[in-house]
Write a protein that binds this ligand. Structure first.
Ligand SMILES: *Cc1c(COP(=O)(O)O)cnc(C)c1O
Length: 401
């Protein structure tokens, strides 16, 4: 406590964040997560900013499944997986995830951040090349940093640039090459062109990896993910993803792929070897979620109906959105102060959503990001659309006016 300059330095950096409008306050919720939440001040808000795509966070069936696993397997294990932290429920979940994703084997982590953090270093070294989309998630960027492989970056979703980087890595004589992309990019709702990526991978003898955090459970006809959406099930080498978004929303992550890959990760992946096992109640609830969505596509279908409805209506009102089909809907407001004012006004009108502006998105691309859920009712969506219209009129940003 003797270095006062350290603390005053932090204080002034925090003040700069505040004065630049970049400080991220926490919104405190006093209820379960859901399409409606009760805020700390007692107001009920319609929630349009959770990654709760299938509506399973806060869902009673999910909670019951967690409670049953809690009762059967206890609260925790006080151990990493390989010493004495593996229960039957963990093995069952790994097997079920492999079946769901169409892979050979799966390894669980405490978070997708750990899955991505621990996937590259055990599998690749300085003789290899990692070719990564420029907009990949922070956890992929960190994971790549921990690995000695050469790094190549291609412009977001740009297949011509990807091919350029593949040529460069080939000319550099790299032994193994792996193309790495988010299946869906969470700021824009853009879907990676996996059919083309797989084609390029075949042409250049490269491996492929996708992060399915914004896709597992609801993309593709039966919700398997972006690889199903793009018709390339069985053609992706490594799939990572989270249990903390559509698949129940608590926490946990996974890496899935060929047996040799997963076995190597069990021996060498540091976040797996040196961090506690996933709580059994989360494993149990995740199993129940996978069972439920494997039996019926009802939740996935409702999510896509809600998404199509919202996308159509918000444009009709006169807002500009990034075109697409994903339940992430960026409503473009372009200027940062307008996005901030807009989100604040929507909060007053009873709608919870998030504004994003530079440096999270490019300059002049400020927006509020709407995320649809299967749990939203048509009535809730209509209420939200009315609030959008009112706030849009007040701020004079509707195209038709
Ligand atoms: C949310 C997210 C993660 C992190 O998932 P956690 O399980 O919360 O650590 C990783 N990758 C992508 C693309 C994500 O959107």
């Amino acid at each position: 406590m003797s270095d006062q300059a350290f603390y005053s330095g932090l204080q002034s950096k925090l003040e700069t964040l505040r004065s630049d409008g970049l400080f991220k306050p926490e919104r405190v919720i006093a209820s379960r997560q859901g399409s409606e939440v009760v805020s700390q001040d007692g107001r009920t808000l319609i929630n349009m900013c959770a990654n709760n795509y299938l509506g399973l966070s806060g869902d009673e069936q999910t909670s019951q499944a967690a409670a049953a696993a809690l009762e059967k397997y206890g609260y925790g294990l006080s151990s990493v997986r390989f010493i004495c932290g593996t229960q039957t429920v963990h093995k069952e979940l790994e097997q079920k995830l492999s079946e769901f994703l169409g892979t050979e084997d799966t390894i669980l982590y405490a978070a997708a951040f750990d899955a991505n953090g621990g996937v590259f270093e055990p599998l690749f070294d300085e003789n290899d090349a990692i070719i990564s989309d420029a907009l990949n998630h922070a956890s992929i960027i960190d994971g790549v940093r921990l690995c000695k492989a050469a790094r190549y970056r291609y412009a977001n979703n740009d297949m011509a640039d990807l091919e350029k980087q593949l040529v460069a890595a080939t000319e550099a004589g790299k032994r193994h090459k792996i193309i790495v992309t988010d299946g869906v990019f969470s700021m824009d709702g853009t879907i990676a062109q996996l059919d083309k990526i797989v084609e390029l991978a075949e042409k250049y003898g490269a491996l492929t990896m996708i992060d399915e955090s914004h896709a597992s459970g609801f993309m593709g006809k039966t919700g398997r993910g972006t690889h199903e959406h793009c018709g390339v099930i069985g053609k992706i080498d490594i799939i990572t993803g989270t249990l903390g978004k559509a698949l129940g929303g608590a926490m946990g992550g996974f890496t899935s792929g060929r047996k040799e890959v997963i076995e190597t990760l069990r021996q060498k992946s540091r976040p797996y070897l040196f961090s506690n096992t996933l709580a059994p109640m989360i494993a149990g609830a995740s199993l129940a979620v996978l069972d439920r969505i494997s039996k019926s596509t009802e939740l996935r279908d409702r999510l896509h109906e809600n998404t199509a409805y919202f996308r159509k209506e918000i444009e009709r009102i006169g807002f500009t959105i990034k075109p697409g089909t994903h339940p992430v809907v960026p409503v473009m407001l372009f200027e940062a102060p307008i996005a901030q004012k807009f989100a604040a006004r929507m909060f007053e009108l009873g709608v919870l959503l998030s504004g994003f502006f530079y440096p999270v998105v490019p300059m002049g691309q400020a927006r509020v990001r709407v995320q649809l859920s299967a749990a939203h009712t048509r009535e809730q969506l209509d209420t939200v659309l009315k609030a959008f219209e009112q706030a849009g009129k007040e701020l004079g940003i509707l195209k038709n006016n």
